[in-house]
Write a protein that binds this ligand. Structure first.
Ligand code: 13P
Length: 258
């Protein structure tokens, strides 16, 4: 079975003091044992150095971190005159293991197209960073019966651009209507879309069964176990609940027992 991944997305939240409190509590909760799932936090770029320290402190006896460091975005470019952007090579210098690409907030507020997202995934892979490629439909698209078409189109661009490397990505299904709204997709709704994505990945690669597909959108301590029990849900991408250690740890706990 694929090792589950529980990734927090702090979005534009935090400060040095609050981050330290949160991560001290998370590391204490994760304890000293090896974990049955991977755990990561995707943090704002100014905090990469701070959280890299926690990643280093969290290593188990095999040297693997119990808490992986993730970024929330990555430039599609390698270097040059791109004011404000952060390259994959820069992220790697801070030990970044994962980078979100194509989060719906980037698509919506920063005009990221499917093509841009695909190029960002490529930039991550070539820097040795695992992209967490976010896809998901809006409420209007769901109500118009377009969910499958929308997520397939978003993922197709990434498959097209990344070809044989596709098994190295993580996919996150995040229905836009469920993000930060308290409305979660039901386990059946989420599983149905995950199965669509799995089938599409299966056409691209015979090893698609090993690609982790996360669910995100109001996942919390109360609903995580049921969502994570679905056959094609291989983890969670957690916004609000990743900012509270007890909630985040409860979700990690749910992933551990499955
Ligand atoms: P919430 O868990 O706050 O709904 O956010 C989900 C999300 O966007 C994670 O990337």
């Amino acid at each position: 079975m694929t090792k589950k991944l529980i990734a927090g997305n702090w979005k534009m939240n935090g400060n040095l003091g609050a981050n330290a409190q949160l991560l001290d509590a998370v590391l204490e909760g994760l304890g000293g044992r090896a974990l049955a799932c991977d755990v990561a936090v995707c943090v704002p770029a100014p905090y990469l150095l701070q959280v890299q320290g926690y990643q280093d402190r969290s290593r188990d006896s095999s040297g693997a971190p119990r808490l992986w460091l993730g970024a929330q975005d990555i430039s599609r470019h390698e270097s040059g005159a791109y004011t404000g952007e952060v390259s994959g090579r820069m992220l790697r210098e801070f030990g970044v293991r994962f980078a979100l690409v194509g989060h719906s907030e980037r698509r919506q507020y920063h005009g990221e197209t499917d093509e841009t997202v695909a190029l960002k995934a490529k930039a991550a892979l070539s820097a040795g960073i695992t992209p967490i490629v976010c896809v998901g439909e809006t409420l209007a698209e769901r109500e118009a019966g377009q969910t499958d078409d929308v997520v397939r189109r978003q993922l197709a661009a990434v498959i097209h651009e990344n070809g044989h490397c596709i098994t190295e990505i993580v996919v996150a299904y995040e229905p836009v209507w469920a993000i930060g709204t308290g409305k979660t997709a039901s386990p059946e709704q989420a599983q149905q879309v995950h199965a669509v994505l799995r089938a599409q990945l299966g056409v691209a690669s015979p090893a698609a069964g090993g690609i982790r597909i996360l669910y995100g959108g109001s996942m919390n301590a109360g609903n995580a176990a049921e969502l994570l029990a679905q056959p094609d849900i291989d983890g969670g991408l957690i916004g609000g609940a990743s900012l509270k250690a007890s909630d985040f740890l409860a979700i990690v706990g749910a992933a551990q027992v499955l």
